[in-house]
Design a binder for this molecule. Structure first.
Ligand SMILES: *Cc1c(COP(=O)(O)O)cnc(C)c1O
Length: 377
């Protein structure tokens, strides 16, 4: 079976974890955590980074930092993972689900303004497949209506907007994931990026169980105690050590994934030109970090046939995101608007295997199998 994903180990993970274990600093915010955070801050221009135990946790921190309260409205695309909405729902927010663009799963920035009310507090663009949303339009709306922007950059490590602006550096806050299905990984893991200095002080407190422990360890206060709400959002040093081994190979990982991505694109373009399916579109303002390779079939039946044929040939392709606005948890709470583009991606999008160690032979087999579905040589 060609798997859908296979976590890639760079080789030094266990070595650094061993180092963390034997230096005796096992809890969070130690040397490896600080090394990872400093790396991301410097390389991508984030004002401040805090590692978290997941992207879900980073989003929860963001929801707390935005001071989201019951009755507040948060605008989120419906075509996304549960966590994007869940973090704000836990603060009591009403989620106003937005539709995707017709040719891209990302939120349609032109349709956001109509959803803004006096209760709107936050917009949460999700950079689907690591490709940027239209951040100029979204930040202009935030400015005009005095809203906060939290980028769900779970899939968007090492991807950029308009050339050199790293995704995750544009909104007030951003959340990244290092889950084993993402480009660089730590099993479970994530990071909050903070780009507005108003949030830094409180973020450190929320991160460490509502205490001012970080200040204490910098010698800024002589006692630490309970000063705010919070949780245990920080990962152990063992996890940060694993992540450091991945970071050291980030460029190599990205280059390999882009090679695979481009090979799929070139090989499948003739079929897309014949109208069998659509290929990913990269907006002019976005870069591609090769997080994901997907096809959009013309119908649910077409997608089912493609996935089934691949499976019969021992290839695991998957679909994802059941529209959140019509999920069992939210459908009663949704305001009833039809989100047609989102529903179409939910029915028609399929993801192909894409991981560092995907061999040329296996990729050729996947491509040949797809061609066979359309009787195309
Ligand atoms: C993976 C993912 C998440 C959740 O990340 P975790 O680290 O598993 O919590 C959230 N949003 C999006 C868009 C994702 O792809």
């Amino acid at each position: 079976m060609i798997p859908f994903n296979k976590p890639y180990l760079t080789g030094k993970e266990a070595h650094y974890m061993y180092e963390a274990v034997f230096t005796g600093k096992l809890s969070g915010n130690g040397m490896f955590t600080q090394r990872c955070q400093a790396y991301f801050e410097k390389r991508y221009g984030f004002l401040k980074c805090l590692l978290t135990t997941s992207c879900t946790d980073a989003l929860e921190m963001a929801a707390i930092l935005c001071d989201v309260k019951p009755g507040d409205e948060v605008i989120i695309p419906s075509y996304t993972f549960v966590s994007t909405a869940l973090a704000f729902v836990r603060q009591g927010a009403t989620i106003i689900f937005a539709d995707s663009q017709s040719e891209h799963p990302n939120i349609d920035a032109d349709k956001i303004e109509a959803l803004i009310t006096p209760r709107t507090k936050v917009i949460v663009p999700v950079h689907y497949a690591g490709m940027a949303c239209d951040m100029t339009k979204i930040m202009a709306l935030a400015d005009k209506y005095n809203l906060l922007v939290v980028e769900d950059a779970a899939q968007a490590v090492d991807s950029f907007y308009e050339g050199d602006r790293a995704l995750g550096s544009i909104g007030h806050l951003a959340a990244f994931s290092f889950h084993e299905t993402k480009n660089i990984i730590s099993g479970e893991g994530g990071m909050l990026a903070i780009n507005d200095d108003r949030f830094i002080h409180r973020a450190e407190i929320i991160w460490e169980k509502g205490t001012n422990r970080a200040e204490f360890f910098r010698g800024e206060v002589n006692k630490y105690g309970w000063v705010d709400i919070g949780s245990s959002f920080l990962p152990s040093e063992v996890i940060a050590a694993f992540l450091w081994a991945q970071i050291e190979h980030l460029d190599e990982i990205q280059n390999k994934r882009k090679e695979h991505w481009n090979r799929y694109y070139e090989a499948l373009k003739p079929l897309a030109d014949k109208g069998y399916f659509k290929l990913p579109q990269i907006p002019a303002y976005a870069t591609n970090n090769a997080h994901m390779f997907y096809l959009v079939c013309p119908s649910l039946e077409g997608r089912t046939k493609l996935i089934t044929t691949l499976k019969q040939n021992d290839i695991l392709a998957v679909f994802h995101y059941l529209s959140l606005h019509s999920s069992p948890y939210y459908t009663e709470k949704h305001d009833g608007r039809v989100l047609a583009n989102c529903d179409r991606f939910a029915d028609c999008l399929v993801r192909l295997p894409l991981f560092y160690e995907l061999s040329l032979e296996d990729q050729n087999k996947i491509i040949a199998t797809i061609k066979s579905v359309y009787n195309d040589k």
